[in-house]
Design a protein around this ligand. Structure first.
Ligand SMILES: Cc1cc2nc3c(=O)[nH]c(=O)nc-3n(C[C@H](O)[C@H](O)[C@H](O)COP(=O)(O)OP(=O)(O)OC[C@H]3O[C@@H](n4cnc5c(N)ncnc54)[C@H](O)[C@@H]3O)c2cc1C
Length: 414
C-alpha cells in the first residue's frame, strides 16, 4: 500500500487525509499542534457558503479599499512591509480587480461550491460523522445602500431558493435586525446555505479517521523544511528528526508558503487576517435564525449551536495572528450597535486567524513542481466551504490521475 504524509491538520489537511484513506492510501496526518483544527479552522465564520463565492478581487474594490482604510471601524487595515511577497501578491491581486476576472473565478468557484456540498453530504452519510452543529439555516445578506441592493436584486437569483426582501420584510423575518431599521434598504435571502462549527467538524472527522483501517496515525511534529535524502527521495526534516513517505501533501494553511519556499517554490499566498467573537446565547437573547451578512460593513453573524459567531475584517499586516485589542473593540462596537440583543457580548471569547489567500481567490489543488509533493492550499475566506471538494479532487488526481472537475484556474504553476 502506498504511503502518504499530509502536512497540516486544519480543515483542509484532515479532509485530505480522509479522502486519501478512502482511496486506499496508508495515511499519516502530521501537525505541530497536539489536536486538529487549531489554526485558521478554529473559530472562523462557520459559513458553508456554496452560492456566495465571488472572490475579493473585483472591479471597484481598489477604490472601496481606500475608503475602508479611512473608516474608524472599517473592514480593512494595511501595514506596508519591506517584504517583496506582500507587494508581489498585491500586484497580482490588483491585476484581477476587474469584472471579467471576477466573473471567471466566480464561475469556477461556484462549480467547486456545488461539488463541495455534494462531497460533504456524502461524507457525513458514509462516515456516520457525529454532530458538528451543522444547520441549513439559510443566509440573509442585507444592504445599506439602494445601489448595492438594486444590483443584488437584479442579479440572476436561483428560483425557489433565493428571494428579494424589502427592509421591513428582512426585519419581520429576523426581528434582531430591528436595530437597523432605517439603515438597511433590503436583503437577499438564500434558503439552502448552511452553517456549522468548523473546529467541531475537524474533531468529528478526526474521530472517525482514527478508526479507519488505512489510517497510520496522527503525529505531533513541527515541520522545519523539505529536503532530499541521499537516494534523491523527498523527505521532511521535523522537530523529531527526518520523515520519509512515498508522497507528501502540503496542506498547512498560510505556513505552506514558508514550507514550499524550502524547495524554492514561491506559492502566491498572503495571510489575510480576520477576527471573530463567540458570544454565548442566553434566555434573554434573540439570535438570528439565518446567518446574516452586512454587505457594506463586511460583518457576518451566525448562530452556531448555543453561541453567536461574529466574524469580520481583512487586515494585511503580515503573518501575525495576535489579537489586536483595537480591532476587537471595533468589532464589539459594531456588533453591539447593529445586533445588540443577539448574544452576550460581555462574555464573548475573541479570536484571530490568517486566511491563506491567493490573489484571484481560487485554491491551488494538484501536483507541485516537485515530484512526490502535492498541494492543497490557498483556500482564503472559504476553506471550510471548499475543503471536502478540494480534498476529493486531490485524492482522485493522486489515485486515478484525473479530476472530477475541470482544473483550470486551480493549478500551480499555471
Ligand atoms: C475571520 C475568518 C472567518 C472565516 N470564515 C469562514 C467561513 O465562514 N466559511 C469558510 O468556508 N471559511 C472561512 N474562513 C476561512 C477558513 O477558516 C480557512 O480557509 C481555512 O480554515 C483554512 O484551512 P487550512 O486547513 O488550509 O489552514 P489551517 O486551519 O490554518 O491549518 C493549517 C495547519 O497546519 C499546521 N501547521 C502550520 N505550520 C506547520 C508546521 N511547520 N509543521 C506542522 N504543522 C504545521 C497548523 O498547526 C494548522 O493546524 C474564515 C477565516 C477567517 C480568518
Amino acid at each position: 500500500m502506498r504511503e502518504v504524509c499530509v502536512v497540516g491538520a486544519g480543515v483542509v489537511g484532515i479532509t485530505t487525509a480522509w479522502y486519501l484513506a478512502e482511496a486506499g492510501w496508508r495515511v499519516t496526518l502530521l501537525d505541530k499542534s497536539a489536536t486538529v483544527g487549531t489554526g485558521t479552522s478554529f473559530q472562523n465564520g462557520g459559513q458553508l457558503s456554496y452560492r456566495y463565492v465571488s472572490p475579493l478581487a473585483d472591479g471597484g474594490v481598489p477604490l472601496k479599499a481606500l475608503k475602508w482604510l479611512t473608516e474608524k471601524d472599517g473592514p480593512l487595515r494595511f501595514k506596508p512591509s519591506t517584504e517583496l511577497s506582500q507587494w508581489s501578491w498585491l500586484g497580482k491581486f490588483l491585476m484581477r480587480c476587474h469584472g471579467q476576472a471576477n466573473r471567471e473565478t466566480t464561475a469556477r468557484l461556484a462549480r467547486l461550491g456545488t461539488y463541495s456540498r455534494q462531497c460533504l453530504e456524502q461524507l457525513t452519510e458514509t462516515s456516520k460523522l457525529p454532530d458538528f452543529d451543522w444547520k441549513e439555516s439559510g443566509k440573509l445578506i442585507v444592504y445599506r445602500t439602494q445601489a448595492t441592493f438594486d444590483r443584488a436584486a437584479a442579479a440572476a437569483l436561483v428560483k425557489d431558493v433565493q428571494s428579494v426582501l424589502s427592509a421591513d420584510e428582512c426585519i419581520a423575518k429576523e426581528p434582531v435586525l430591528g436595530a437597523l431599521q432605517g439603515q438597511i434598504k433590503g436583503g437577499i435571502f438564500t434558503s439552502d446555505e448552511a452553517v456549522a462549527d468548523c473546529h467541531g467538524f475537524c474533531e468529528a472527522l478526526m474521530g472517525v479517521l482514527a478508526t479507519h483501517p488505512n489510517f497510520a496515525g496522527y503525529v505531533q511534529e513541527e515541520v522545519q523544511r523539505f529536503e532530499y535524502a541521499a537516494n534523491g527521495k523527498l523527505r521532511l526534516l521535523t522537530s523529531h528528526g527526518v520523515r520519509g513517505s512515498d508522497a507528501f501533501v502540503l496542506a498547512s494553511g498560510i505556513a505552506s508558503r514558508r514550507l514550499a519556499a524550502t524547495l524554492q517554490m514561491n506559492l502566491p499566498l498572503y495571510p489575510l487576517k480576520g477576527y471573530s467573537l463567540t458570544a454565548p446565547i442566553g434566555a434573554s437573547h434573540t439570535p438570528p435564525q439565518a446567518s446574516i451578512t452586512d454587505f457594506e460593513r463586511k460583518v457576518l453573524y451566525a448562530r452556531i449551536g448555543d453561541s453567536l459567531r461574529v466574524a469580520a475584517m481583512v487586515d494585511m499586516v503580515g503573518e501575525d495572528d495576535t489579537i489586536e485589542p483595537g480591532r476587537i473593540e471595533s468589532l464589539l462596537r459594531v456588533a453591539r450597535a447593529d445586533m445588540p440583543l443577539a448574544g452576550d457580548y460581555a462574555q464573548a471569547s475573541t479570536w484571530a486567524g490568517l486566511r491563506p489567500a491567493t490573489p484571484d481567490g481560487a485554491p491551488i489543488v494538484g501536483p507541485s513542481s516537485v515530484p512526490g509533493l502535492w498541494l492543497n492550499v490557498g483556500h482564503g475566506p472559504l476553506g471550510f466551504t471548499f475543503a471536502c471538494g478540494t480534498a476529493s479532487i486531490l485524492a482522485s488526481l493522486m489515485g486515478q490521475g484525473h479530476s472530477p472537475l475541470p482544473l483550470d484556474g486551480f493549478t500551480w504553476p499555471n
